[in-house]
Design a protein around this ligand. Structure first.
Ligand code: FAD
Length: 287
């Protein structure tokens, strides 16, 4: 069906009212939606809701001891933001690996999250940072909010816990523990402007050749971006000598559930996970 109505409301309440009517496609940066609809892979609904004028979806501000990042923040804004760079550096690092300047200037964090691609580049650092999705709806005429941990948000490729009448307003990140460091790695077929064949996020508090409060996440190796809980348990408190690094990387290789597709075979993805996890943990051990 062709788009019959187009709205660009200036308030959250109006945007949610449109969503409540049903049969609506939400448009943010359009970097995914527009190419996908032109290619016939996505059918736009009867109403197109451009959310770019909604103020509640903008800005990066300190909140609840951490940060609230409006869903409309672009990759370029995240890369430059001093608060993000200082306390949530792994997210800025992932944005730096995202596509090209042109796309980084238009692509939003909310679009990346709601797209729910297993290969979405910001999703791995957001999982490492224990992110929560802030969703708004207006079921009975009043604006209501709820929060969902990102680890429970993705239910399959392109599928999330967001109800059709909900708008993703923001991503909330708690302040990481003192001394926390995080690193992001992305492998693709080309060095730039490529979708991940795999991605890895590792974070924690290094000390005494170990990584405390370890958090590990992988992208493009399962139907949804995943926290690797078994790998985290194996890491916790372990002194990262060569044998331990090898053992933990092998657990990670075993924990991921990749498929064969155009970007890489499942076997190659597992080997990448093993080799790059080993290299990243080796760096921690020698830091
Ligand atoms: C050439 C090219 C290269 C790319 N490279 C990368 C890459 O390196 N890494 C990567 O991760 N992605 C990449 N992408 C995919 C895309 O750019 C990202 O997913 C981007 O973050 C989407 O954001 P957007 O604002 O453009 O979303 P849109 O295209 O506007 O929307 C994407 C989806 O999210 C929904 N949506 C958007 N905002 C909200 C909201 N606030 N609430 C609820 N639903 C919402 C839309 O309805 C739609 O379903 C690439 C795309 C192209 C075309």
């Amino acid at each position: 069906m062709a788009v019959e109505e187009y709205w660009a409301p200036a308030t959250l309440s109006d945007a949610l009212e449109r969503l409540r009517g049903g049969d609506v496609t939400i448009l943010a940066g359009g970097t995914d939606l527009m190419p996908q609809s032109h290619a016939g892979r996505v059918t736009l609904a009867r109403g197109l809701l451009n959310v770019r004028r909604v103020p509640e979806l903008r800005g990066i501000e300190a909140a609840d001891g951490g940060v609230r990042i409006g869903a409309l923040c672009t990759m370029s804004e995240l890369m430059r933001d001093p608060l993000v760079r200082e306390h949530f550096g792994i997210l800025a690092e992932a944005c730096d690996h995202f596509a090209s300047d042109q796309l980084r200037n238009a692509a939003t964090l909310g679009g990346n999250v709601c797209n729910a691609s297993p290969a979405g580049d910001t999703l791995v650092p957001l999982l490492v940072l224990d992110a929560e999705a802030e969703l708004a709806s207006k079921p009975d005429g009043r604006v209501q909010f709820r929060r969902v941990p990102l680890s429970a948000f993705f239910s399959g490729p392109g599928r999330t816990a967001r109800a059709p009448d909900e708008l993703l307003c923001a991503i909330r990140l708690p302040r990481p523990p003192a001394g926390f460091v995080g690193r992001f790695y992305k492998a693709g077929l080309r060095p730039a402007l490529d979708i991940s064949a795999i991605s890895i996020g590792i974070g924690g508090v290094p000390g005494g050749r170990a990584l405390g409060q370890a958090r590990v996440a992988y992208g493009a190796v399962a139907p949804v971006p995943m926290r690797a809980r078994r790998t985290e348990q194996a890491l916790e408190g372990a002194v990262l000598d060569a044998a331990t690094v090898e053992r933990v990387a092998a657990i990670a290789r075993d924990e991921v559930r990749p498929i064969d597709d155009v970007r890489a075979s499942a076997w190659y993805r597992r080997e990448l996970v093993f080799n790059m996890t080993r290299r990243m943990l080796g760096d921690v051990a020698h830091a």
